[in-house]
Design a protein around this ligand. Structure first.
Ligand SMILES: *Cc1c(COP(=O)(O)O)cnc(C)c1O
Length: 386
């Protein structure tokens, strides 16, 4: 009998609740349909391995729910999805070198043009790849400059003739922030986008879009004219049940899809004044019971959590003590005396009445939930619950 260890070992793993994923999608979609319109399409953003949840299974699950548009960050992600049986549109949100033009065409992938230079490069190789022009309305990341309306018009008209151009889109910088200043900024971005669109009304563009998760929740519907043009929401973080910004509240029923678990490998007692781990950053102030658990920073568990965060064991909080190691860390289980080798540990998710969210972890490190879940490394097994 062949034994493949990877099938058995559960050292550090995530459980993705596909039912919750479906729920999140349908709740979001229902809100949009109720408030705005039935003919708005959701483009599922599954870049970065579906925010760590596993792009192929997430995309396939959503495809079964009727999603026909998918967005990724690069050609590798796009080809992976196509080869796994995703039949809808696959859209690359960022730069791809023109030398991959043939692959894009062969796999029927839609490419973003990040600049006029990028568009010209595709033209120069005679590419007939399907493409969309990014319009920069204030993010200053990619796109042609919407402030120069005439130049934007010229570029769109030129490449609508020279290339297989099927859309234009922009991206918001602060759609998740509900302060007056940010709302004004987003309205300004919408306005700039609209000014460009007004100039190219006669150009046939099947895809016009600007909203991300937060844009769809907080800005969609406030602008009649744009609603009639922009029929796609690029839905990312809320699909996975996290907040675009920690200050946001999500619609009822939208919950995190991802739980991250690991295992207790050993339990020991420490006497007073013993230290733990590299750098000896923790010293016991009395006798303590310490558990070693089988996840470390190489699994994507941020080492900054050393001595400042906790995990859940048997529904109780166990503080991280000492510096987090590459593959292991130590936690204080003095108050959880039943802890023993082989016990399950929750790093992100629910345990009894306690819950640790990626958003709460992000707040602790002054970052965003996106980074916490995208950072879970590939050696952490992805498992799925229906
Ligand atoms: C990542 C990304 C999205 C999705 O954003 P969320 O905040 O996760 O919904 C949408 N559009 C573009 C261009 C992106 O890069």
């Amino acid at each position: 009998m062949e034994i493949r260890a990877c099938q058995f070992e559960k050292r550090s793993w995530i459980e993705v609740d596909l039912n919750q994923l479906r729920k999140n999608y349908h709740i979001y979609k229902a809100i949009i349909e109720k408030n705005i319109s039935k003919d708005i399409n959701i483009m599922a953003v599954v870049k970065a391995d579906a925010y760590g949840c596993g792009d192929v299974i997430v995309a396939k699950t959503l495809q079964k729910e009727g999603v026909k548009l998918f967005a990724v960050s690069n050609i590798d992600e796009a080809v992976t999805l196509r080869k796994s049986g995703i039949v809808g549109e696959i859209f690359i949100l960022g730069y791809t070198d023109v030398k991959y033009s043939d692959v894009l065409v062969r796999e029927n992938i839609v490419q973003t043009l990040v600049s006029e230079e990028h568009a010209r490069a595709f033209y120069d190789v005679g590419s007939n790849v399907k493409c969309q022009i990014a319009i920069d309305t204030g993010m200053n990341r990619i796109g042609i400059d919407a402030d120069d309306i005439l130049e934007s018009e010229r570029i769109i008209r030129t490449y609508a003739k020279k290339l297989n151009l099927c859309g234009v889109f922009t991206h918001f910088s602060v759609a998740d922030d509900e302060t007056v200043e940010s709302v004004e900024f987003t309205n300004g971005q919408i306005h700039k986008f609209q000014n460009v669109l007004d100039k190219v009304k006669d150009v046939e563009l099947s895809y016009i879009h600007c909203y991300n998760s937060a844009g769809g929740l907080f800005h969609l519907g406030k602008n009649e004219e744009l609603n009639s043009l922009s029929k796609i929401i690029r839905l990312g973080i809320v699909l996975y049940g996290l907040k675009p910004d920690n200050k946001n509240t999500l619609p009822d029923g939208i919950e995190p899809v991802l739980t991250w678990k690991t295992t207790v490998s050993m339990v020991k007692t420490l006497e007073i004044n013993e230290t733990i781990g590299y750098g000896r950053t923790y010293k016991s102030d009395c006798n303590r019971t310490i558990a070693t658990i089988t996840t470390g920073y190489a699994d994507g568990y941020d080492r900054h959590f050393s001595n400042r965060w906790y995990v859940l064991i048997h529904g109780k909080k166990a503080p991280i003590v000492g510096n987090i190691c590459m593959d292991q860390m130590m936690v204080d289980v003095t108050n959880i005396p039943e802890t023993k080798m082989g016990d399950e540990v929750v790093l992100i998710g629910k345990s009894g009445n306690e819950v640790i969210t990626a958003d709460a972890m992000a707040a602790n490190l002054q970052t965003i939930g996106y980074e916490i879940i995208c950072g879970i490394s590939h050696r952490v097994q992805r498992t799925y619950i229906e």
